[in-house]
Write a protein that binds this ligand. Structure first.
Ligand SMILES: [Zn+2]
Ligand SMILES: [Zn+2]
Length: 89
């Protein structure tokens, strides 16, 4: 068991996996935060229409789910970031 990086609570992987269920390919092992600190927004991915994961520190809802983001990286070798429509600053 490891503590949540955000609130230091010990992570309950069962609860976290339940919360992560709408996400493709991700499990509690991929996260260092507890279920309370993981925000999932359903139907928000612009590519697959699936759920996205919102980092606690972030105030924006990502346009890509983690699976689609890694798809883009695999295909193009370029990381699009979490949101579309932003030219590189
Ligand atoms: Zn937490
Ligand atoms: Zn997606």
């Amino acid at each position: 068991m490891q503590p949540c990086h955000s609130c230091q609570t010990v992570i309950d992987e069962y609860l976290l996996n339940k919360r992560l269920e709408p996400l493709r390919e991700l499990t509690a092992d991929d996260f260092n935060v507890c279920a309370d600190c993981a925000t999932i927004v359903a139907d928000a991915c612009v590519k697959c229409g699936g759920a996205v994961y919102v980092p606690r520190s972030g105030s924006v809802t990502p346009d890509y789910c983690p699976a689609c983001r890694s798809d883009v990286i695999d295909r193009t070798g370029h990381d699009p970031g979490w949101t579309r429509g932003h030219e590189s600053a």
